[in-house]
Design a protein around this ligand. Structure first.
Ligand code: PLP
Length: 486
């Protein structure tokens, strides 16, 4: 493909994507395919000779589209959103087109510098303490990680190294392996599984902290566990708080947990992957009070800020804790501006060396929506979730299972787990809307997350109508069955 053909095909592809998104609500949101469906539809080996673009595109319709779960559909209410937008898609196209890999400042100064400034912009939108911003020329700063999982892992590994060094300062004879075997991390029993995964990768023990009646970790619970563990020779070193848990969007009380972590030399990382985006609205910002005690904080603009995957913003109060832990300095990566206060070599801030020009997505989206536009987007989702909550509350067959704070509503049919599993199975089978479940206090619960950029009131009403029709059928069958048995 030469530039002339790319020009033509590129315009066609933009049309394809625009048509796809404009008409997405008419597609079945959850695909009707069986595992292994794709292998039989394409050859078992790559072609020896080039094929035509037309052939490839035809197969997108024939092979790919039937197996796509349409995350951008207004009927998609599962997980947390991938909230992309057209400006973000265009920025990604530009990033691919420039094809630059910004591991050091010298590898691409614009990539490194825009990332630094965008993390400051977002940090200010979130009203983060100045300690976390780069522009103050202090010790803090932000970086874009691929995912929240990577941000948590980076925080845990940095905390591990910092604690090992600290223990060895007072006890130089103690080996690294011995110290690591005694390290203990903590997180909520409601935390995302990526936190436990980080502890496995980091080779440290993790304890799940029980939550209160609002699914929040409270200070006295953590304090008690830390004291118990210290008494048995363990070294508490890391606590991952969650703001907006995955099952029900609960919030740990970071303002009371932070002082304990600070007093005990425990690194506090805050995972606010989804809900953190909403802190750009003043009415939600109080949930972030206590961030001043944290060592690191992360939020995924790709979940709730109209920025496409992947983009997880992470800030650290002392960037040297991160960079010192992972600094590698081979000759081929050295450059003349290394070490200048104005230069960031982001390869030292994360696991991969190579990195895409992801800050372009933030720049395009922030400029084209403005803070006001982004706040309006978040508020609309929260309002739609409240509408859904009211519909659920108005039906005696259903119950709400957790406080609705943002775009997530946890609900269930009053009755057994089996009944609720049967309802979800019917919802998935019909493919009109897509939800996933969670477990809350051992009970099977349905999660309804307002995800789509184009989700409107009518979609919420249609979704509820569909759910109640399916549940009425189920309840009627159950009633008939029980009637027969009696
Ligand atoms: N943390 C929380 C609170 C989440 O809700 C999720 C995913 O939904 C994650 C972490 C994992 O995010 P990522 O896929 O960016 O690693």
């Amino acid at each position: 493909m030469d530039a002339a053909e790319f020009r033509r095909r590129g315009k066609e592809m933009v049309d394809f994507v625009a048509d796809y998104q404009e008409n997405i609500e008419h597609r079945r949101v959850y695909p009707d395919v069986e595992p292994g469906y794709l292998r039989s539809m394409i050859p078992s080996e790559a072609p020896l000779e080039p094929e035509s673009y037309e052939d490839v595109l035809r197969d997108v319709d024939r092979v790919i589209m039937p197996g796509v779960t349409h995350w951008l559909s207004p009927h998609f209410y599962a997980y947390y959103a991938n909230s992309t937008s057209f400006p973000s898609i265009l920025a990604d196209l530009l990033s691919s087109g420039i094809g630059t890999i910004g591991f050091t400042w010298a590898a691409n100064p614009a990539c490194s510098e825009l990332e630094t400034v965008m993390l400051d912009w977002l940090g200010k939108m979130l009203q983060l303490p100045e300690d976390f911003l780069s522009e103050t020329q202090g010790q803090g700063g932000g970086v874009i990680q691929g995912t929240a999982s990577e941000a948590t892992l980076m925080a845990l590994l940095s905390a591990r190294l910092k604690t090992v060094k600290c223990v060895q300062e007072s006890d130089p004879q103690r080996s690294e392996a011995d110290i690591i075997s005694k390290l203990i991390a903590y997180t909520s029993e409601e935390a995302h599984s990526s936190v436990e995964k980080a502890s496995i990768i980091g080779g440290v023990v993790i304890r799940m902290v029980p939550t209160d009646e609002h699914f929040s970790v409270r200070a006295e619970t953590l304090e008690k566990m830390v004291a118990e563990d210290k008494a048995t020779g363990f070294i508490p070193f890391f606590f991952c708080a969650t703001l907006g848990t995955t099952p029900c969007c609960a919030f740990d009380k970071i303002d009371e947990l932070g002082p304990i972590c600070n007093a005990e030399n425990i690194w506090m990382h805050i995972d606010a992957a989804y809900a953190g985006c909403a802190f750009i609205c003043p009415e939600f910002r109080p949930l972030l009070n206590g961030v001043e005690f944290a060592d690191s904080f992360s939020v995924n603009p790709n979940k709730f800020l109209l920025v496409g995957f992947d983009c997880s913003a992470m800030w650290v109060k002392k960037s040297a804790d991160l960079t010192r832990a992972f600094q590698m300095d081979p000759e081929y990566l050295k450059h003349e501006h290394q070490g200048s206060g104005l230069v960031k070599d982001y390869m030292h801030w994360g696991i991969p060396m190579a990195r895409r020009f992801r800050s372009l997505k933030l720049w395009f989206v922030f400029r084209m929506y403005g803070l006001r536009g982004l706040q309006a987007f978040i508020r609309k989702h929260v309002e739609l979730a409240k509408t859904f909550e009211n519909l659920v509350r108005g039906d005696n067959n259903f119950e709400i299972c957790a406080e609705v704070v943002m775009g997530l509503v946890c609900f269930r049919l009053k009755g057994s787990d089996e009944l609720n599993k049967a309802l979800l199975k019917q919802i998935t089978r019909t493919g009109k809307i897509y939800l996933v479940p969670c477990k809350l206090r051992g009970r099977f619960v349905l999660r309804f997350v307002v995800c789509g950029r184009t989700t409107e009131l009518r979609h919420i009403q249609e979704a509820w109508k569909h759910i109640t029709e399916l549940s009425s059928e189920l309840l009627q069958n159950l009633f008939d069955h029980e009637g027969k048995e009696n």
